[in-house]
Design a protein around this ligand. Structure first.
Ligand SMILES: Cc1cc2nc3c(=O)[nH]c(=O)nc-3n(C[C@H](O)[C@H](O)[C@H](O)COP(=O)(O)OP(=O)(O)OC[C@H]3O[C@@H](n4cnc5c(N)ncnc54)[C@H](O)[C@@H]3O)c2cc1C
Length: 290
């Protein structure tokens, strides 16, 4: 079976994982990347991939299970009126094909049979090892799209507010929840993150309140982080939040409520008010560093 793989960026690890995932459908894996100078345009990119898949007689189109991978694939599904399976961990070819999908932020695995042609599958992040894309030929294309497909296009990129350290890649994440109390309250979270060379994260309660941008949100509907240490300040530990930080090697929770569910996942617990504890940690770090 020929499988067209949408690469979000040729060199990124999740796209490389999508290539490995696609190989379980057969040897003929054809990775496609878009010209990096072109602004992201989900419907236009989807239309281009539909045309390429049809020209090549592809039996499947695979994308990384990222926001963009899933969005482009959803447009392809709508254009072809076919089902799409998101966040697949494995796929077994057949008629119908069988997939194991990650649901509910990874707390549930679902086995499903997929009827549809071509198969439209996104690969769950970190379900398989990344294949070096240099081993396969990557075709770079430009989107040729109608005006209607070009309506949504990224025209400008504004750097994230995390002072140069990307939340997804940070070794230290200092994250604040509703317990921080206000947008201004994040000053002490930012201070600690800066001292540790880390990034600031937050819960959805915080983004919903408008205290931080959505790009800072950790969780099922936010960024998935895997730092050496995740410092959760004023976060209760809802399943949807933990889905985003369960990859952390260590978790330090600061919360005055000793019954908060976050303590069940914590390696280190401070039962106290973050407005006292966080500045105290920053002050100790300064003292140690002289
Ligand atoms: C479909 C869906 C998707 C979702 N996706 C996400 C997601 O991606 N990310 C996410 O975070 N949530 C997500 N949520 C929301 C999630 O269910 C919780 O509502 C949210 O995580 C709660 O945020 P919180 O812990 O900051 O607030 P709360 O649950 O209100 O907890 C606040 C905590 O702060 C503590 N606190 C209060 N004062 C202080 C103080 N002075 N010092 C220290 N601690 C203090 C309290 O004891 C409490 O434990 C999702 C929900 C749904 C339904």
């Amino acid at each position: 079976m020929t499988t067209v793989v949408f690469l979000e960026a040729a060199a990124d690890e999740l796209s490389q994982q999508a290539v490995t995932f696609a190989a379980s459908l057969g040897d003929d894996v054809q990775p496609i990347a878009f010209d990096p100078s072109e602004g992201y345009a989900p419907a236009a990119w989807a239309q281009t991939l539909v045309e390429l898949a049809q020209q090549r007689g592809a039996g499947a189109v695979v994308a990384p299970g990222t926001d963009r991978g899933n969005e482009v694939l959803a447009h392809i599904a709508a254009k072809l009126d076919q089902p799409m399976s998101a966040n697949c961990m494995t796929v077994t070819p057949g008629d119908p094909a069988t997939v194991v999908r990650m649901r509910w932020g990874g707390s549930l695995l679902e086995e499903a049979r997929v009827h549809g042609s071509p198969l439209l599958l996104s690969a769950a992040p970190h379900a398989v090892a990344a294949a070096p894309v240099s081993d396969v030929e990557v075709v770079t294309v430009s989107a040729s799209a109608s005006e209607a497909d070009s309506v949504v296009r990224v025209s400008e990129t504004i750097p994230a507010s995390t002072a140069g350290v990307s939340l997804a890649d940070a070794d230290v994440v200092v994250s604040g929840g509703r317990g921080v109390g206000s947008a201004e309250g994040f000053a002490i979270i930012e201070e600690l993150a800066a001292l540790l060379g880390g990034a600031v994260g937050c819960s959805r309660a915080v983004t919903s309140a408008g205290w931080r941008p959505h790009s800072d949100q950790v969780g099922q509907t936010g960024t998935k982080v895997s730092p050496e240490i995740y410092i959760a300040c004023g976060i209760s530990g809802a399943t949807q939040h933990m889905a985003g930080c369960k990859g952390a090697k260590r978790l330090l929770a600061i919360n005055p409520d000793g019954e908060a569910s976050i303590f069940a996942s914590a390696d280190y617990a401070v039962i106290g008010d973050l407005h006292e504890v966080v500045p105290a940690i920053s002050s100790e770090i300064r003292k140690v560093r002289g």
